[in-house]
Design a protein around this ligand. Structure first.
Ligand code: UDP
Ligand code: MG
Length: 319
């Protein structure tokens, strides 16, 4: 009987100091598991020693594959590159900074063997995150799940297990702007969850700041919901209704009491209000139009500079 194989996919952006520890801990965690494994490392335009360290690791252990992207494409694109390359029967995306402990992998595998296609790893605690990040994360999940038909599970990062069937479905989603959490959830399949404690970063600092997180949240909402578009239409309707009622009131009072040429304050308020709402609605439309434009260019999600490591799927890589 041929053994099943699992692929662990890790995006690296300036993570040289975490590589040795990550590799050791993955080896230890998977030592007693019956499956074979491969570690797909994607170097996402690092400017430190990440690439040379990964290449050294590949020489020592051929189970480690290295995909070097031509520049920094961002985590979501790097992960897509790794997932496209992975040929395991189950795929597990993992952060390089050890915030997702490899020791949780056996629990994911256990659920997979029980027959689940997707096993989400839910963060029970977020030791590494301050209260403001927790609050904004909580708000984000509330908003996006209100707005989107696809339910995006709260407190699940990219760390999860997906079976080959789920991964093949994921690979059929062609969008360029990749909000992975949403795409993972969109494909569906038999899903379960396990809980884990999210550790602080092992070494290095996060590349995410609040501005990036805000843009990430916008990406998620505009990729998975068109409610803001509809909302701006409703807002326009509500304001028009108000303006109509107000007009009747003004006409009425003019008929009854004459027109003593006041009205400047109400006029300026109306002009500003309407101007603001129009700009806002235009901005919302612009967000969607911008994304449509990005998609219409049909550029590849990532460009590979070099691949190290045997892979049957290497030739299928999107270039
Ligand atoms: N990452 C990447 N490309 C980037 C930024 C980050 O591949 O442009 C990788 C990074 O190396 C790490 C993972 O994405 O493996 C998560 O990044 P980070 O820890 O900075 O984010 P956080 O955990 O704070 O969300
Ligand atoms: Mg991190």
């Amino acid at each position: 009987m041929t053994k099943n194989k699992i692929s662990i996919v890790v995006p690296f952006h300036n993570e040289a100091s975490n590589i040795a520890e990550l590799y050791e801990r993955i080896c230890t965690a998977l030592k007693d598991e019956p499956e074979n494994w491969e570690l797909v490392c994607v170097n996402d335009g690092s400017i430190d020693d990440t690439l040379s360290e990964l290449i050294a690791l590949n020489r020592r252990d051929p189970r480690v594959h290295v995909i070097d992207l031509s520049r920094n494409f961002g985590k979501e694109a790097a992960m897509t590159a790794g997932i496209d390359h992975a040929c395991g029967d189950a795929v597990i995306p993992l952060d390089a900074d050890l915030q997702d402990p490899p020791e949780v992998i056996p629990a994911l595998l256990q659920k997979w063997r029980e027959g689940f296609d997707v096993v989400n790893a839910v963060r029970e605690s977020r030791e590494g995150d301050g209260w403001s990040k927790r609050v904004t994360a909580h708000l984000f999940y509330r908003v996006i799940n209100r707005l989107s038909k696809v339910k995006i599970p709260a407190d699940v990062g990219d760390f999860r297990l997906m079976s080959r069937a789920a991964i093949d479905a994921l690979k059929q989603l062609p969008e360029r702007r990749r909000f992975m959490k949403g795409l993972f959830a969109w494909v569906g399949f038999r899903t379960t969850a396990i809980k884990y404690h999210r550790a602080p970063r092992y070494t290095g600092t996060t590349t995410w700041n609040y501005w990036k997180l805000w843009n990430f949240a916008l990406e998620g909402i505009t990729s998975f919901s068109s409610v803001p578009l509809r909302l701006s239409a409703y807002l326009g309707f509500a304001v028009s209704l108000f303006a109509f009622v107000y007009a009747i009131k003004i006409i009425g009072s003019t008929i009854l009491f004459g027109n003593p040429v006041k009205g400047y304050p109400s006029l300026i308020v109306m002009v500003l209000l309407l101007g603001g709402i129009q700009l806002m609605a235009l901005g919302v439309i612009g967000e969607y139009l911008g994304r449509l434009y990005e998609e219409s260019k049909q550029r590849p999600i990532y460009v590979v500079r070099m691949i190290l490591g045997p892979s049957d799927s290497a030739s299928e890589l999107k270039q």
